[in-house]
Design a binder for this molecule. Structure first.
Ligand code: NAP
Length: 309
């Protein structure tokens, strides 16, 4: 039987792994289909404290994994097929194999919603990005026209942030009013460097052949007219979906599917803890996920020592 199973190897899961491994709990850490989590989809991470020159997202995650393994974490490239949290020990099926666990830390992260238009997948990391905070300051976006897609707080925040770098920021939204909070919406629309493009969808991103973003095709959803807009970057900010389907009906999730934390890193089920983006729709930063992973590791350790006391 495992003392701790950690589901997810993003910043949250691997930080929880470092803490529980150093507590000699030899956590079993499962990567799922995206080892290293969302951070591996970005290029240079410039806002993780301790790396003044920035660090490649993939390299940061590799270092975190090595650090956890150094203290005895067992990191496995494996996917959880199912969990049963109704009885203790908890029962999991991992790549078809049954595993028992005294405690679980859920750090399954969140996925970016995609536009699902031609060019999006091909040009990811070559001008198409899902995080202005992570990528906005990259040289390829400096003094260039940039496109942000979305109408919520994230899109407004990203558009405002990008005005520091781009020559102009186009905010492309599918309706004619923003969903964002009033203060964010007003601030965004008052910014002279941001130009909203209403009632419009990005239907294609160019130029796959050139290997970089050179523009987008827009479709006006009211008139059906299409147009071209030259730009060097497309920042997709149309929301996230937490990776929590596995736990539906077993622990409390909010209406958007995020794991509810009644206290600290605890969930509604005793012995099950949570950290990172699957429980955070507010900050979604690598460093906040790492902090939550630390909290989940500490609380899990306390819970397990209570079981044996
Ligand atoms: P959101 O509020 O769900 O907004 C998503 C936006 O993307 C909406 O405007 C939506 O259009 C649009 N959208 C969704 N799917 C689309 C698609 N397939 N194609 C084109 N557009 C699409 O998401 P969010 O902005 O990430 O915010 C999530 C939560 O975090 C919110 O509660 C927000 O308040 C919070 N948040 C807060 C802050 C802050 O306070 N600083 C910052 C960021 C986020 P429609 O409007 O037509 O639905």
């Amino acid at each position: 039987m495992e003392k701790v199973v950690i589901i997810g190897t993003g910043c949250a899961g691997l930080t929880a792994a470092i803490y529980t491994a150093r507590a000699q709990l030899a956590p079993l850490v499962l990567s799922g289909i995206m080892p290293g989590g969302l951070l591996t989809t970005t290029s240079i991470v410039e806002n993780f404290p301790g790396f003044p020159e920035g660090i490649d997202g993939y390299e940061l995650m590799t270092r975190l994994q090595k650090q956890a393994e150094r203290f005895g974490a067992q990191v496995r490239f494996a996917t959880v097929d199912s969990v049963d949290l109704s009885q203790r020990p908890f029962r999991l099926v991992i790549d078809g194999e049954p595993v028992l666990a005294q405690s679980i830390i859920i750090a399954s992260g969140a996925g970016h919603k995609h536009l699902d238009c031609p060019g999006e997948v091909e040009l990811e990391k070559h001008g198409v990005t899902y995080c202005a905070t992570c990528d906005g300051a990259l040289p390829m976006f400096r003094n260039q026209p940039l496109v942000v897609v979305g109408g919520g707080d994230s899109a407004c925040e990203e558009a405002s942030y990008l005005t520091r770098f781009g020559s102009k920021v186009y905010l492309v939204h599918r309706r004619d009013t923003l969903r964002a909070s009033r203060i964010m919406a007003e601030r965004t629309l008052a910014n002279p460097k941001i130009q909203p493009i209403w009632d419009s969808a990005v239907t294609e991103i160019q130029d796959v052949k050139a290997g970089k973003v050179t523009g987008v095709t827009l479709k006006n959803l009211k008139t059906g007219a299409t147009s071209q807009l030259p730009c060097a970057g497309v920042f997709v900010a149309i929301g996230h979906h937490p990776n929590t389907r596995l736990f539906q009906g077993q622990i409390d999730l909010d209406e958007a599917g995020y794991v509810v934390r009644p206290h600290g890193a605890r969930t509604s089920v005793e012995g099950v803890f949570v950290a990172g983006d699957c429980s955070d729709k507010e900050y979604r930063q690598a460093i906040t996920a790492a902090g939550m992973g630390c909290a989940a590791g500490l609380e899990c350790e306390r819970y397990l020592s209570g079981l044996t006391a």
